[in-house]
Design a protein around this ligand. Sequence first.
Ligand SMILES: C[S@@+](CC[C@H](N)C(=O)[O-])C[C@H]1O[C@@H](n2cnc3c(N)ncnc32)[C@H](O)[C@@H]1O
Length: 285
Amino acid sequence: MDAAGLDTEGRDFASAREMWKEELGSEDCGGESNDACRAKRRDWYQKGIAYWQGVEASMDGVLGGYGHVNDTDVKGSEAFLKPLLLERFGTGSRRLAALDCGSGIGRVTKNLLLRHFNEVDLVEPVSHFLEAAREKLAPEDQKFSEHRAVNFYCVPLQEFMPQVGRYDVIWVQWCIGQLPDDDFLSFFKQAKVGLKPNGFFVVKENTARTGFVLDKEDNSITRSDSYFKELFKQCGLFLYRTKDQKGFPEELFPVKMYALVTDKPKSTNSGKGKSRRYKPGVIKS
Ligand SMILES: C[S@@+](CC[C@H](N)C(=O)[O-])C[C@H]1O[C@@H](n2cnc3c(N)ncnc32)[C@H](O)[C@@H]1O
């Protein structure tokens, strides 16, 4: 987090601390102690939401014109998720529940989560995305289906409080970059209470080669692998497994998947990735 970074308008920052200070106010704003800091944080989130409100509720919309990567993305996620489900929950008849964070139009829920979980809840702050998800995923005739989307929460992650002990997996894909570091930490600390015993998080996100890249268009930050790992540590989360997504177009940011648990694993296979060439990403967050 001490590494230097840049924004999409070509500005360099000596550290993330310097960038956050500028975006969110002075360091003694901790705990939002004054109106100026509160206003800056409100502006940060409003710009992000305004960006997504102007985006069409479609696969191409939520994937920044890269709707065609959906199949590769889902295959990569499935190959990561399936062995984890077996290891953590066995082959028993446990009914599984997942939470899809920053779900957009429900792409991940529809193509991945509903195949493995009996119940999936979605949390997404942009109402026209969530309505599109609801229309597609919760038709009347699915009410008694064995695999169904149940709750649709129209709330941003920084304000979301999960039901205690409801989820086996909390899936966070291409959305956590909307949250500044302090809200990132609060979100995961709170969301932990939503996990069942043996439950885990999956974070699937773009990664910067070093430091960070601040996107000035939608107010999101792409963090490096070491930046993510430092934040996970501060959240009290342990890295259980990590894997690089393969097969995406070269011009996109490298994408990594992280499985995170709340108790120290006995042995970890952190699957150290190769260092990757930095390319500016197109899929936001
Ligand atoms: C790149 S899209 C990804 C959508 C979905 N996760 C997927 O992979 O298809 C980013 C999503 O993050 C949502 N988002 C923006 N700000 C957010 C916030 N503060 N909390 C949660 N989600 C947010 C956007 O509305 C959008 O649906």
